[in-house]
Design a binder for this molecule. Sequence first.
Ligand code: PLP
Length: 388
Amino acid sequence: MLVYLDNSSTTKQYDEVTELMYKISKETFGNPSSLHSLGLAAEKEVKNARDEISKALGVKGEELFFTSCGTEADNTAIFGTVEAKKRRGNKIIVSKVEHPAVLEPAKKLEEQGYKVSYIGVDDKCHLNLDELRSEIDEDTILISVMSVNNETGTIMPIDKIVDMRENRDIIIHTDLVQGFGKIDLNLNSKFKGVDLVSLSAHKIHGPKGMGALYVRKGSNIKPFILGGGQESHFRSGTENVQGIAGFGLASKMANDNFEDRIAKMSKAREYLLHGIESEIKDIRINSPLDDTACPSVLNISFLGTRGEVLLHTLEQDGIFISTGSACSSNHASQKGSHVLNAMGLKPKEIEGAIRFSFSEFNTIEEMDYTLDKLVKAVSRFRKLGTFR
Ligand code: PLP
């Protein structure tokens, strides 16, 4: 049996998306900027996708700009804001648990002399709102906090951050890469007042290497990639037409079946969680278990084991998971996940952490199989005692 529980890393592309992309690659190969009919046909595909994704967000099509990935959307949000607002102030605020696509640009700005505040989280990765409030000052030009943490699935209080801005001229950006298609994200309700939103297609069964940035009309942030003036001069470069169309269809499929997909993910997550809680002792549940939990992620530390070894053991049984620290493995200065570190976990809790991440395709049968193999793997390591 193959059990894919690494959906926060990437998802399996919907067959319908693959078929559409294949068809477009073969038939609609014109450049959307060309004035002839092949160009217009390609442009139409781009427009359809833009309409579909902006509908899901509750925004206007003209406020959505396609990028090459979520990372580019995050970089554009940060550098584009700083470029536009550098005369007004020199401080930005981010959380300590952002994805490197936000933390690395923040670090770069710090090196260039900007002030950067890194806001902490509690032991379930909830943002410290008091700390954030106390950091907002007249120099603040940008607050960037992710909507859903990729390692724990913690949903961040973006609406409260918007309230804190009051009437100040501060751009609010949220990285919605892990939340798109999984939480209520309508920019006219829960996300009202957010200026910039980053998306990525491959987390919702769309193609890899496709992203988008929502830019609220009037935000006036500067482009990050300059060139031929595509995407209304905001993001130059010939459009990835088949990728954009695939993203549009994935967005439609994810949002049309929103309730059903969430129910399936939640069911798998709950079932696995209860199984683990009843069959495995000495664990620490790192994800929240209340309404701040995104149904797609479950992070648990199995004390007395090493997540990485469990990962490779389960892989031999066809089960694919993550240690949740893959991103930090590129950052040699820190031991283990920067997110779990920020949550104050002890080294042995970080070492034994596993991230299970779900999609609508996971079944109860798969969870039973995973539980059985996991119980055996954990008990085998603990008996050996090597990792205590
Ligand atoms: N932001 C978050 C929260 C993510 O989880 C990821 C990818 O894992 C990214 C940004 C980067 O997106 P992409 O892989 O499309 O560059």
